[in-house]
Design a protein around this ligand. Structure first.
Ligand SMILES: [Zn+2]
Length: 161
């Protein structure tokens, strides 16, 4: 018998010139990128918070504090790998992930499957368990003006009873 838990994650980062745009570990050609201490991969950060939340293990700010030299410009996939390990130590593995990226631009549909592949490989699970969707803000508000990109994620984790 498997026991299960669910968790939610949310993140937002500002879009600025002179930075790479990395979503789910995939670099996406665009004239701006997300600003932050790490690579500012907003999607991977939301996924990590959903996973940590599902196991009641706190949040990414607690595990990977911004400002620490160790995490400057680090690939967030490396941090996701550490989250996977911490969950495994607590007896959990990924059941499934569902995430939505909210970006006015660029259009993400051509990158979605590559992103699902990267995230699922890092989590050591099948791609069919990792869903990534792209949405816009329909021109409304800060995201609608292209000032940033946000992501929501939910995670289900499984462990042995
Ligand atoms: Zn973040």
């Amino acid at each position: 018998m498997k026991k299960t838990r669910t968790g939610i994650g949310y993140d937002i980062h500002p879009l600025v010139p002179g930075r790479r745009l990395v979503l789910g570990g995939v670099e996406i050609p665009f004239d701006k990128g997300l600003d932050g201490w790490s690579d500012a991969d907003v999607l991977t950060h939301a996924v990590m918070d959903a996973l940590l939340g599902s196991a009641a293990l706190g949040d990414i700010g607690r595990h990977f504090p911004p400002g620490e030299p160790e995490y400057k410009d680090v690939s967030s996939l490396e941090l996701l790998d550490k989250v996977k390990t911490r969950l495994a130590e607590a007896g959990w593995q990924t059941g499934n992930i569902d995430a939505t990226v909210i970006a006015e631009k660029p259009v993400l549909k051509d990158y979605i499957d590559k992103i699902r592949e990267k995230l699922s490989q890092t989590l050591g699970t099948g791609i069919e368990r990792v869903s990534v969707k792209a949405s816009t803000s329909n021109g409304i508000g800060d995201i609608g003006r292209g000032e940033g990109i946000a992501a929501f994620a939910v995670a289900l984790i499984e462990g042995d009873e």
